[in-house]
Write a protein that binds this ligand. Structure first.
Ligand SMILES: NC(=O)c1ccc[n+]([C@@H]2O[C@H](COP(=O)([O-])OP(=O)(O)OC[C@H]3O[C@@H](n4cnc5c(N)ncnc54)[C@H](O)[C@@H]3O)[C@@H](O)[C@H]2O)c1
Length: 243
C-alpha cells in the first residue's frame, strides 16, 4: 500500500498545484525555458521512493531527505543526478521546505507516531499555493498543521498552503490496490489454508513476525505497549495453538 500511496502522492500534488484547485498554478515538469516545480520528499523508504519515481518521471526538481545513509545511497544509485539526496537535519529541512512547491511527508518510525518534522512556522514561510501531501497522516502526520482528510474532502488550506492528508490514499484506486495487496499476501493466505496457522507460522519467520494477537494474547510488543496489554512471546503463544 506504501507503493500505491507514494505514487498517488505525486498525482495529488500535481492536481492541487493547479490554480483552479487552490494551488500556485505550476506544472511539475515546467516546460523548456520555465523551471520545474521543487518537490521535496521527506523519508526515502517505500512511499518516498515511489513518490520520487513519479516526480522524476514528470520532470520535477526532486530532493529526498532521510536520516538513514543506506537509504540515501540507494536513491543516489537508483537515480543519479536526477535526484538530490540530503541527510535530514532540522536546518536542512527548514531550508528545503520553505523553498519547496511540493512537500511529501513519507517518514515512518517503527512502533511510534510520525515525528512532526515540518513546523507551523515553516508552513507560514512557504510560498502561497504550495502543496503539502502528508502520506504519514495514518501515523499522526509529519506536519504540525496536518489533520486527516478523506477522498470526499481531501484538502484544506493553512496560511495559503494546500494540505492533502487522506489517511487511506490507496482506497481511491481499489482495482490497483486490491491486485497489489493480493500479490503480496496470497502466498501467506495459501500457506495458512494448506498448513493451518500453527504450522504455517512455524515454517515462515516472516509470517510469524506479522502475528499481533492470538488466543486472546497480544504478541507484538509495540501493539501491547500502545494498548496497555501484557506482551506474550509469539513462540509461546504459537506453541499453545492447536495444530
Ligand atoms: N496515507 C496513506 O494512505 C498511507 C499509505 C501507505 C503508507 N502510509 C504511511 O506512509 C509512511 C511511510 O511509509 P513507508 O512504507 O514508506 O515506510 P518506510 O519505513 O519504508 O520508510 C520510512 C522512511 O522514513 C525515514 N525517516 C524516519 N525518520 C526520519 C526523519 N526524522 N527524517 C527523514 N527521514 C526519516 C526512515 O529512515 C525510512 O527510510 C508511514 O507513516 C505509513 O504508515 C500512509
Amino acid at each position: 500500500m506504501s507503493k500505491v500511496a507514494g505514487r498517488m502522492s505525486v498525482q495529488a500534488a500535481a492536481n492541487f498545484l493547479q490554480q483552479p484547485n487552490g494551488g500556485a498554478g505550476l506544472l511539475i515538469g515546467g516546460v523548456p525555458g520555465v523551471p520545474p516545480a521543487k518537490v521535496v520528499i521527506i523519508g526515502g523508504g517505500v512511499v518516498g521512493q515511489h513518490a520520487a519515481e513519479m516526480a522524476i518521471g514528470l520532470g520535477g526538481n526532486v530532493t529526498i531527505l532521510d536520516r538513514n545513509n543506506t537509504v540515501l545511497d540507494e536513491c543516489e544509485a537508483r537515480w543519479g543526478a536526477a535526484v538530490t539526496t540530503v541527510y535530514s537535519t532540522s536546518s536542512a529541512l527548514e531550508d528545503l521546505v520553505t523553498d519547496a512547491d511540493v512537500v511529501i511527508g513519507a517518514v515512518l518510525v517503527k512502533g511510534d507516531t510520525a515525528p512532526k518534522l515540518v513546523t507551523a512556522e515553516m508552513v507560514k514561510a512557504m510560498r502561497p499555493g504550495s502543496v503539502l501531501v502528508d502520506v504519514a497522516i495514518d501515523q499522526g502526520g509529519a506536519f504540525e498543521t496536518s489533520h486527516a482528510t478523506t477522498h470526499q474532502d481531501p484538502v484544506y488550506m493553512v496560511d495559503e498552503v494546500v494540505h492533502y492528508a487522506v489517511a487511506n490514499m490507496p482506497g481511491a484506486v481499489p482495482r490497483t490496490s486490491t491486485y497489489a495487496l493480493n500479490n503480496a499476501t496470497l502466498p501467506f493466505t495459501l500457506a495458512l489454508a494448506d498448513r493451518g496457522a500453527k504450522e504455517a507460522m512455524l515454517g515462515d519467520a516472516h509470517l510469524k513476525n506479522g502475528l499481533n494477537v492470538t488466543g486472546g494474547k497480544v504478541t507484538e510488543p509495540s501493539v501491547a505497549d500502545a494498548l496497555g496489554y501484557d506482551f506474550t512471546d509469539p513462540d509461546a503463544a504459537i506453541a499453545d495453538l492447536a495444530s
